[in-house]
Write a protein that binds this ligand. Structure first.
Ligand code: 13P
Length: 191
C-alpha cells in the first residue's frame, strides 16, 4: 500500500497546525483519512508536529494492519466514525478550552455568532466502554464532538475540513471562557 505524497503533505501540514496552535501536545492527537476500503492513520505516540511517512499506518475498515507504523490507540474510534458518519477524514486533538469548559456539560453551545453558524452545538460524550460508538453517533449528527475530560473529534470531507471544525470549536470555547471570566470579574459587564 503506497502513501500518496499529496496525502502525506496534508497529514504533515494539518499535524503542524494542530501542534503550533496548541491543540495537541508534542505526542498527543491523531489524524486519519479514509480512501476506499482502507484508512491511513497516524501511528501511536507519533509527533503530529513533525510527521514523516514512516509515522503513518494503513489499516482495513475492520482495523487489520495493512502496513506502516503501529496504528494510533484511537483507531477503533476513527473506524467507528467512518462506519456511522459521512466522513473521509477524522482529526482528534486535545483542544484545551473546549475540554475544560465542557467538564460537566452534556453539550457545548457556542455563544459567538461564528461558532453558532459553523457548529450549531457540540455534544459531549462520556468516556468508558462504548465511547467509540458514542463518539461515532455524535459525529453522525454533528461535525465535532467532545470526549469528556479528554479531547475533541471532528470529521470532514478531508483533513482540512476536520481541522476547521476543531479550530472553530476551540475558538468558540475560548470566547465563552473569556466572556464568563469577564462577567465573573465584573458582573456589571453582563448585558
Ligand atoms: P495515539 O498516539 O495512540 O494516537 O494517542 C494519542 C491520543 O491523543 C490518544 O487520545
Amino acid at each position: 500500500m503506497e502513501l500518496d505524497p499529496s496525502l502525506m503533505a496534508d497529514l504533515r501540514q494539518v499535524g503542524q497546525d494542530l501542534y503550533r496552535f496548541g491543540l495537541v501536545t508534542s505526542h498527543g492527537g491523531n489524524l486519519s483519512v479514509r480512501l476506499g476500503s482502507h484508512v491511513w492513520i497516524t501511528g501511536t505516540g507519533k509527533r503530529l508536529g513533525y510527521l514523516e511517512a514512516t509515522d503513518i499506518a494503513c489499516v482495513s475498515e475492520t482495523g487489520e494492519l495493512l502496513g506502516g507504523a503501529t496504528p494510533s490507540s484511537d483507531t477503533a474510534i476513527h473506524l467507528a466514525v467512518y462506519r456511522s458518519a459521512d466522513a473521509s477524514a477524522v482529526v482528534h486533538a486535545h483542544a484545551p478550552h473546549a475540554v475544560a469548559i465542557t467538564a460537566s456539560a452534556a453539550v457545548f453551545v457556542p455563544e459567538d455568532l461564528e461558532g453558532r453558524y459553523h457548529l450549531d452545538d457540540a455534544p459531549v460524550v462520556d468516556q468508558g466502554p462504548g465511547a467509540a460508538e458514542r463518539v461515532a453517533a455524535a459525529l453522525a449528527e454533528r461535525r465535532v464532538a467532545i470526549l469528556r475530560d479528554h479531547g475533541v473529534y471532528a470529521r470532514g470531507e478531508d483533513l482540512w475540513a476536520a481541522l476547521h471544525w476543531v479550530m472553530a470549536l476551540e475558538e468558540s470555547a475560548r470566547i465563552s471562557w473569556l466572556r464568563r471570566s469577564l462577567v465573573a470579574l465584573s458582573p456589571a459587564r453582563e448585558e
